[in-house]
Every structure is written in structure tokens, then in C-alpha cells.
Write a protein that binds this ligand. Structure first.
Ligand SMILES: Nc1nc2c(ncn2[C@@H]2O[C@H](COP(=O)(O)OP(=O)(O)OP(=O)(O)O)[C@@H](O)[C@H]2O)c(=O)[nH]1
Length: 614
């Protein structure tokens, strides 16, 4: 590593909208620099490691690789820091970018600038990175290089002459990308003679070795056997192994300023690897680097084992998975209908789907996941001051219509959504936003050239409206042309109520919902109908009701199943027949009094696994 002083190091990321070709380009760069062998490469991308990533063709967890590149008689060390490409993982994008000085901004030559191209571009510019615009997929017949280059110029204010046209698939033009990395991206700074300052930007968990951290060296040198201290926790660790990812781990004797590598020390719990932490050598404390804000869970859902005796197994599987995905929050919860379960918090709905799929694939878990909810803030009026409680489980929600509950206000999380769409779909998109309680709608033209100019529309929309089927509706109402991104926009007061469902007059805890006042009638009726469909008929009539506070919003009666107790009796014997019918009546009365509604678990599964909005 001594051969690579800062001047010959380039730390960069590839940033792009989903599917614009990041992983494909990363693979080409690794091949061109001889880091991976073309022949042994599987048909799948090298850097995408998780099974779910391969199945869905998306990158979930950022991966990093170092490569050596000979250019003009000098050997360079290029550190590629791969970033995930989905809105839920914006936090990972921003932490990966903190270790870079430059970024390749990849834009698909057939699709042009999309919603996430804009958001990742802004994140990179905020971090002061040098941006290299790259136009990908020029091999496709539908590519429109001139038009998209003009778009890159008008939306990002980048010089069109700096745009590199490539095909990551065939490799055309990729050599020029490597050269541009060396020429245009500034080398990292850092002094080897200063005390050690190492910045932790990612971590993973290995069953045998514990936590493996990825660090970017800001100054000083790190060697095996060094004792390092965390600025965050002041805990001391001994470095047992260091090295680079090439792309597999290659042990080295030292890591020097500007270099990026893995560090293994006696860190047992992944919670000890605090993203954004700074490490220093024991006895030589330094000023910590500005860290990151911890990602906030914004979407919550309950998971229950289908077979309730599997709870311990489920808990263990979730614990192991959260070792590799620290952004998931876990809490125990139980429900009379579904038994013991866990309430998990995710960064977004894709994150939730990915986690669920990993749980099913990697741990063979047979689970039920309830419809997602978001964290609400309930503000209680209390003597003199207000007390705010954050609630993510509808069951805990108070009855806001009851003055005795002392609720002053309820607030819900809102996001600023941006949608990029061809002009002809603008009407559809505006309608979609209004239906989902969107406000402050605004739009402007992204480019005016060509037959169908594109528009960027922004609005503020409650997060609860987009966690369910918003994305699917957006795609179907724009024939797949719309791209969508959102960012946190805080909390806003909202007229929300808790809706409970009563079966035979008894509330069913697992079915509580938080709905906006304006939608209570529609939601109540829809759910009552759904319940009517999935609950099997009983021996007695059951009223199914939706209630908000004391008001019944909707009602359906599930008529009794008349078990024909006289079926086996032939002929006369009127009295005997009557006796049977009397007995049946009596037993029905008893059941009703006890209130036993025979609800098979499948009925709940049908209800809860289907989308609450549909
Ligand atoms: N024709 C053509 N297809 C390409 C090119 N680059 C990538 N693709 C294809 O585009 C699709 C998406 O590419 P990926 O590299 O997986 O995209 P990505 O940006 O890494 O996607 P995420 O990781 O999910 O954000 C794949 O089917 C690639 O084979 C290219 O230059 N030409």
C-alpha cells in the first residue's frame, strides 16, 4: 500500500436512477482493470451479492471494490464505492458519498434524466464531489444521445462536452471513463505523518469474525495490532486484520491516507460500528469528522409466524438478519388474533419487501406481514405543557374523538414528492396526487425539445398515502413512464381518526386502522365488505361493524348458517324435530352470549396481507 500515496488514489461512486446501469458499468471497470476475470465472471453482476438483489435486479447494500489502473506510466489505485439506487436507501447513498471525491453520474440514453438522477445528483453536489456525466446504453436503437445530452446540460448545468457516451454492456467508451476518473477527480487529501483519523462509512457482519468495518483513511497510518478508539463510544479495540477489497478481501500490512479498506477488530456487536464514527490511535485523540444522522424507520409492519410455535425461530432469524441490515428496528408485539409477533420498522416499502424476501429466502420463514403503517405523533394536552408520543401501531392509537383522551393534535409524516413524467400524463398525475391528499402542487418543464416534453411535478403528500400502492398506481396511470422520488418533509397536523372493527360487538385489535376523516366512510364500508367476504358464516348472525369512537360508520350482517339439525330425521315425530331445533337455538344463544366468533387464522391472513387501501 506504500506504493499508493494520495496523488495516485481516486475515490469515486457511480450514481444513477435505478436500472440505468450502475452495476453493469462497475463490472466493466473491474474487468478492464483486470480486477475480475472476464471468463470466470458469472452472468450476474459481480458487485450485487444478495440473492434478492439478483432476483429483483436492484442493488440493496452498497459494495466497495479497489482496482489498480495503469495510466501514462503510473499505477493508480481506484476505489469504487458502489451505492444503492432506490429512494429508500438514500441514507446509504449519502454515507457512501462521504468517502469519495468524485461521482460518475450515469444517465440512460433511452430514458433520460429521471427523478432519482436528480436526487442523487443533489446529494453528490452537496458533498462537494466532482461530477462526471456518463451517457449509458448508447448501443440501444432507442437511444437519443443528442436530446439526453441537452437534458443533462439543462437540468444539471453540466458542460455537454464533458458527457462521456458509453455502452456499459458492450464496453464501448468505458476506457474513456477510467481516464476521466484519473484526470478529472481530485485525489483525496491526508497526511501520513499526522495522527490516525479513520472514518467508518459502512459495516457488515461475519458469523466467524464479528463486525467488519469499511473505513476511509483521512490521515495517519493504520496497521495490524494497532489499538484504536471510537470517538463515538470511547471503546478501545485491537485491529486483527486490515486490507482492501479487490474485490474480495486482500490482507495488507498497512492502510494509508486516502485509502479505503476493511478493518476487522474485536468488535462483537454490529451496533458498535456506528456509521459516521471516527477512530483514532489509543493515546492520540483527534477531532471527530462530522457524522451522519441515523436513518429513521418510516414504515412499520408486524410480522407473525404462520405457525405460532415458530415464534422463537422467527425472532432468531430476524435478529441475524438485522446484524447485516442495521436500519431495521425491532420490537416485540402480540395480538389476540395472531399471537406473538414482532413489529419491524423500515426505511421505506421497498426496504420492507427486501427484508421480507430475505427472511423467506435465507431463513426459510413462513411469515405473515401486516399492511404497513407510518409513525404518527400524538400530542396530549397536559397541565401547562404538551406531551408528544410517537405511535406506529394503530392499536395503541387513542380515540381522538373522545374529549377525555386529551388529544390536542395528531400529526402525520409528510414527504416532498417529485415525479418526472411526459407532458401528456400531467393530468393523470395531478389527479393521482389529489386523490392521495397531495398539496402545494407545482410543476415545470424539464426540457422543451422533442415531441413530448417532460415535466417535473412536485407536491407535499402524507407518507401514509405513498407507503401502500401509490407507486403501482403511478406506474400504471403513466403507462410506466413516470419516475418518482421523495424526501422527508417533516410532520403536519392532520385530521386522523382510529377506526376499529367490531365482530359481534367486540373490537378486534389486529384490525385497527388510522384513517383520514375525509376517507372514513369509504374505508369503513370497504373493510366491512372485505370482512364479510372472508369470515365464514357461523351458527348465529354476526354484525360486522366499523366504528370511529362511538360512531358506527358501516355495518354488514353475516347471516347465520342454518345447520340442518333435523336432516337425519325422517317422517313424523314432530315433537322430536322441535326438540332438536330448540336445542340448536339454545346453543346458538350460548355462543352468542360468550361472543365466540370462530375466526380461522386464514381469514386474518387474507385481510392483513392484502393492502389496506385496496
Ligand atoms: N443495451 C444495454 N443494456 C444495458 C447497458 N448497461 C446496462 N444495461 C442493462 O440495463 C439493466 C440494468 O442494469 P444494472 O447495471 O443492473 O442497473 P443498476 O443501475 O445497477 O440497477 P440498480 O442497481 O438496481 O440501481 C440490465 O438489464 C443491464 O443488462 C448498456 O450499455 N446497454
Amino acid at each position: 500500500m506504500n506504493d499508493f500515496p494520495c496523488e495516485v488514489i481516486r475515490n469515486f461512486s457511480i450514481i444513477a436512477h435505478i436500472d440505468h446501469g450502475k452495476s453493469t458499468l462497475a463490472d466493466r471497470l473491474l474487468e478492464l482493470t483486470g480486477t475480475i476475470d472476464k471468463r470466470v465472471k458469472s452472468t450476474q453482476q459481480f458487485l450485487d451479492k444478495l440473492k434478492v438483489e439478483r432476483e429483483r435486479g436492484i442493488t440493496v447494500k452498497a459494495q466497495t471494490a479497489s482496482m489498480m489502473y495503469d495510466f501514462e506510466a503510473k499505477e493508480y489505485l481506484l476505489n469504487l464505492i458502489d451505492t444503492p439506487g432506490h429512494v429508500d436507501f438514500a441514507w446509504e447513498v449519502s454515507r457512501s458519498l462521504a468517502a469519495c471525491q468524485g461521482a460518475l453520474l450515469l444517465v440512460d440514453a433511452t430514458q433520460g434524466v429521471q427523478a432519482q438522477s436528480l436526487s442523487v445528483f443533489h446529494t453528490a453536489v452537496e458533498r462537494g464531489l466532482k461530477i462526471i456525466p456518463v451517457l449509458n446504453k448508447i448501443d440501444l436503437p432507442a437511444a437519443q444521445p443528442e436530446r439526453i445530452i441537452a437534458q443533462i446540460e439543462s437540468t444539471f448545468g453540466l458542460n455537454p462536452e464533458e458527457v462521456l457516451p458509453i455502452s456499459a454492456k458492450s464496453g464501448e467508451g468505458v476506457q474513456a471513463v477510467l481516464e476521466a476518473i484519473v484526470r478529472r477527480i481530485p485525489p483525496p487529501g491526508g497526511d501520513a505523518d499526522k495522527p490516525l483519523k479513520a472514518f467508518l462509512f459502512d459495516s457488515s457482519y461475519d458469523r466467524y469474525r464479528g463486525v467488519i468495518s469499511l473505513m476511509s483513511m483521512q490521515s495517519g497510518a493504520l496497521r495490524k495490532g494497532d489499538k484504536i478508539v471510537s470517538c463515538h463510544s470511547r471503546k478501545k479495540y485491537e485491529v486483527t486484520d486490515i486490507g482492501i477489497l479487490h474485490p474480495d478481501e486482500v490482507s495488507t500490512s498497512v492502510l494509508l491516507p486516502g485509502q479505503v479498506g476493511y478493518v476487522s477488530c474485536n468488535m462483537k456487536e454490529s451496533s458498535e460500528a456506528h456509521i459516521g464514527d471516527t477512530f483514532y490511535l489509543a493515546g492520540q485523540p483527534v477531532e471527530p469528522m462530522p457524522g451522519f444522522q441515523q436513518a429513521k424507520a418510516m414504515v412499520f409492519a408486524g410480522v407473525y409466524p404462520v405457525d405460532s410455535s415458530d415464534f422463537i425461530k422467527l425472532e432468531e432469524s430476524v435478529r441475524r438478519l438485522t446484524l447485516t441490515d442495521r436500519s431495521v428496528t425491532v420490537q416485540k408485539e402480540s395480538s389476540t388474533a395472531l399471537g406473538q409477533g414482532l413489529r419491524l420498522g423500515f426505511l421505506g416499502t421497498l426496504h420492507m419487501d427486501v427484508f421480507r424476501q430475505r427472511l423467506e429466502d435465507e431463513y426459510d420463514a413462513n411469515i405473515l406481514m401486516t399492511a404497513p403503517t407510518v409513525p404518527y405523533k400524538v400530542i396530549y394536552r397536559e397541565k401547562g405543557t404538551d406531551r408528544t408520543v410517537v405511535m406506529s401501531n394503530p392499536t395503541d392509537f387513542p380515540d381522538t374523538t373522545d374529549a377525555a383522551s386529551k388529544v390536542r393534535e395528531v400529526q402525520e409524516p409528510v414527504v416532498k414528492a417529485s415525479v418526472i413524467v411526459p407532458e401528456e400524463y400531467l393530468g393523470e398525475m395531478m389527479d393521482l396526487c389529489f386523490v392521495h391528499r397531495g398539496e402545494d402542487l407545482d410543476y415545470k418543464y424539464l426540457d422543451s425539445s422533442g415531441s413530448s416534453p417532460r415535466i417535473i411535478m412536485t407536491c407535499t403528500i402524507p407518507l401514509s398515502e405513498i407507503v401502500t400502492d401509490f407507486f403501482d398506481r403511478l406506474k400504471s396511470r403513466s403507462s410506466g413512464f413516470a419516475s418518482f422520488d421523495y424526501e422527508d418533509a417533516g410532520y403536519k397536523a392532520s385530521n386522523l381518526v382510529k377506526m376499529v372493527f367490531l365482530l359481534n360487538g367486540k373490537p378486534v385489535d389486529a384490525l385497527a386502522l388510522i384513517v383520514h376523516r375525509s376517507a372514513e366512510q369509504a374505508v369503513g364500508r370497504r373493510w366491512v365488505k372485505k370482512l364479510h367476504k372472508v369470515i365464514p358464516r357461523q351458527l348465529f348472525e354476526i354484525p360486522i361493524q366499523a366504528a370511529v369512537g362511538k360512531r358506527i360508520i358501516a355495518r354488514e350482517n353475516l347471516s347465520a348458517m342454518r345447520a340442518d339439525v333435523t336432516a337425519g330425521l325422517y317422517g313424523g315425530h314432530y315433537e322430536r324435530k322441535m326438540k332438536h331445533l330448540e336445542n340448536q337455538k339454545e346453543s346458538k344463544r350460548r355462543m352468542k352470549r360468550v361472543g365466540t366468533v370462530d375466526l380461522p387464522q386464514e381469514a386474518f391472513f387474507d385481510l392483513l396481507s392484502s393492502d389496506s387501501k385496496s
